[in-house]
Ligand binder design. Structure first.
Ligand code: PBG
Length: 338
């Protein structure tokens, strides 16, 4: 059998649709817009901005700075901000006692942002790690992370955030049953419009490294109480994919309105599976380590910075995500608007 010459198949010229920008735009399958972005932001208790060394271009903002950033988000068409607190070491303890402080940093930041730009959604992490001296997301007894007592603390924290004006509670702790407990408490408090975006499929990942610096979280395994050196007893094993579907199913059944896969780029297969299985608004978190990798390579001249950023964000849309939580949000929105 002789090999047919290419000319025998004149229709098979896929490059035809790539020949000019206008036709590439015309046939483009997915598009990233500022409406796809949730701006990941860190707030601290002092004044001014403090650069995060491992995340070039990212600074911890003051409460005032967050309010100004919320206005900037509105102007850029960014729908929502996810705010994370950097808490002074002196205010941390083993139980994360200040996590539900209604006069604390998060309450103040949420109020300031909602006052400055009510049209911008505010999302808060429900998790104890910024407030614990060991850096774990839960309460600890004899070196083990306790599930149900942690949930009680998370509910108190989530209700505080909702009362402060937070629009979306984002439980990131990976305790079993947290979404149901939060949903029940929100209903009981008359806060039924508050949304839950659960960190449903959250993996025990090395890519959260720079975040620890950003929020001033200590080294796991150290500190006054005995505690594990990693989060593998509550966050997922990176080798698993069916388990992600069970996690997502559970959170949806318990009352999550939106779900998240985290980290982002190393877990695009999970994003795709979750979207296909549940048809729920599914978000990906492009985490601190992904940000740091791109910036480090760009700063070395090894990647074209803007192209790499936009390609990395577009990948989430291609995988089927409704949107992406990212530290690049203001920059990407500016580039998209230009
Ligand atoms: C804490 C939390 C983490 C991140 C968001 N919420 C870290 C962790 O679980 O250890 C990571 C964010 C990032 O790396 O950008 N529950």
């Amino acid at each position: 059998m002789s090999k047919a010459p290419l000319a025998a198949y004149p229709a098979l010229r896929l490059r035809r649709l790539r020949q000019a920008d206008w036709v590439r735009r015309l046939v483009r399958e997915t598009v990233l817009t500022p409406s796809d972005l949730i701006w990941s932001m860190v707030v601290h208790e002092g004044d001014g901005e403090i650069p995060v060394a491992s995340m070039p271009g990212v600074s911890r903002l003051s409460v005032k700075g967050c309010a100004a950033a919320a206005k900037q988000a509105a102007a850029l068409g960014i729908p929502a901000i996810a705010v994370f607190p950097h808490i002074d070491g002196a205010k941390k303890d083993a139980a994360g006692s200040r996590a539900a402080d209604e006069n604390g940093l998060i309450a103040n930041a949420v109020k300031a942002m909602k006052d400055a730009a009510p049209e911008v959604g505010v999302m808060c992490d429900v998790a104890l790690d910024p407030f614990t001296d060991h850096g774990h997301d839960g309460l600890i007894e004899n070196g083990r992370i306790l599930n149900d007592p942690t949930i009680e603390a998370l509910v108190a924290q989530g209700i505080m955030q909702a009362r402060a004006g937070c629009d979306i509670l984002a439980p990131s702790d990976m305790m079993d049953g947290r979404c149901g407990a939060l949903r029940t408490a929100l209903e009981a408090e008359g806060l039924q419009d508050v949304m839950i975006m659960s960190y449903a499929a959250k993996y025990a990942s090395a890519f959260y490294g720079p975040y620890r610096e950003a929020i001033g979280s200590g080294k796991l395994g150290s500190g006054p109480v005995e505690n594990p050196g990693d989060k593998k007893t509550y966050q997922m094993d990176s080798a698993n994919t069916d388990e992600a579907l069970r996690e997502v199913a559970m959170d949806i059944a318990e009352g999550a309105d939106m779900v998240m896969v985290k980290p982002g780029m190393p877990y695009l297969d999970i994003v795709r599976r979750v979207v296909e299985a549940f048809s729920m608004p599914t978000f990906a978190f492009q985490v601190s380590g992904e940000y740091a990798m791109l910036m480090a390579a760009a700063q070395n001249g090894w990647l074209e910075e803007e192209r790499a950023i936009m390609e990395s964000l577009g990948a989430f849309k291609r995988a089927g995500a409704a949107g992406v939580i990212t530290y690049f949000a203001p920059r990407a929105a500016q580039l998209l608007g230009a």
